[in-house]
Write a protein that binds this ligand. Structure first.
Ligand SMILES: NC(=O)c1ccc[n+]([C@@H]2O[C@H](COP(=O)([O-])OP(=O)(O)OC[C@H]3O[C@@H](n4cnc5c(N)ncnc54)[C@H](O)[C@@H]3O)[C@@H](O)[C@H]2O)c1
Length: 264
């Protein structure tokens, strides 16, 4: 069967865990050469599981010199760059707007919003020169409306969706596409405390119960959406925020019992 990313060169940030690791494994199976970035040592484990097609780099996705080095590394090692999955992110917890400090905001915005900005800034010119490319940024349903993350996290993801729209227009005529992914609740390192807490309290059936699929998602389900945006199958998709949330964000909250809805 034809591989969907055969001989494509891809950078994935946050590849040591969760969605980034699942995407690394999937992109590799689909024929891509990978530069895998993370601040955590676990990125070396991700690369080791994949083999010689993946190179790990310990770097901070929110630091310009690290990101510039990452992009130069991909070009030097593999001779170009086709795909960037700017996925690294931090949640910053669920403290309220009255509890968060400016320092909390600076760190969350630095990683979640300035990080993807830097990836775009350094990768897009290389892609434009080659006449093609796909950049995917992991935003969140938290960037669409309230209720799915702390204040700075939500603002960072809303900003990221807008950054993707602005970038798509600024790259007009380049054949470089930029899109955002908006996952709902996915079991990863970031959400592990919620999952652990729910399971410890016998409330695992409440995880993801607000969406019509009535379950949380798995990292590989987001990786599949990233693969679509990375591949030529999405060749006419640009500047979009693709929501992958089991349907969570399509509905206003409503009282099922009050409406007499009794189906599962
Ligand atoms: N898990 C969810 O429910 C969910 C929902 C919506 C969006 N997201 C987003 O998905 C993305 C991936 O998160 P995940 O859920 O896989 O969590 P995760 O914690 O399992 O993985 C995130 C990875 O990013 C790395 N990282 C953090 N800061 C970094 C930095 N400055 N530079 C480089 N690497 C860094 C971490 O070390 C970790 O390996 C994030 O952007 C997150 O906001 C997650």
């Amino acid at each position: 069967m034809t591989q969907r990313l055969a001989n494509k060169i891809a950078i994935i940030t946050g590849a040591g865990s969760g969605i980034g690791r699942a995407a690394a494994e999937l992109f590799a199976r689909e024929g891509a050469y990978l530069i895998l970035a993370d601040t955590a040592e676990a990125v070396e484990e991700t690369a080791a599981c994949i083999g010689p097609a993946a190179i790990p780099m310990r770097c901070d996705a929110g630091q310009e010199k690290d990101v510039a080095h990452l992009v130069r590394g991909a070009a030097a090692r593999f001779g170009g760059l086709d795909i960037v999955f700017a996925n690294a992110g931090i949640s910053g917890g669920l403290a309220s707007i009255f509890e968060q400090t400016p320092e909390d905001w600076q760190e969350i915005l630095r990683v979640n919003l300035i990080g993807p900005f830097l990836a775009i800034k350094h990768a897009a010119p290389l892609m434009r020169e080659r006449g093609r490319g796909s950049i995917i940024c992991t935003a969140s349903v938290a960037g669409l409306r309230a209720g799915a993350g702390g204040p700075a996290y939500s603002a960072s993801k809303a900003g990221l969706i807008n950054l993707v729209q602005v970038t798509a227009t600024q790259l007009a005529g380049s054949n470089v596409r930029v899109n955002a992914l908006c996952p709902g609740l996915i079991e990863t390192g970031m959400t592990q405390p919620f999952y652990d807490h729910a399971r410890a309290n016998g409330q695992q059936d409440r995880l993801g119960h607000l969406n019509p699929l009535r379950r949380g998602g798995e990292p590989h389900e987001i990786a599949q959406a990233a693969l679509f945006l990375a591949s030529e199958e999405s060749s006419y998709v640009n500047g979009q925020a693709l929501v992958v949330d089991g349907g969570l964000s399509v509905s206003h909250p409503y009282n099922r019992q009050g409406w007499g809805i009794t189906s599962a």
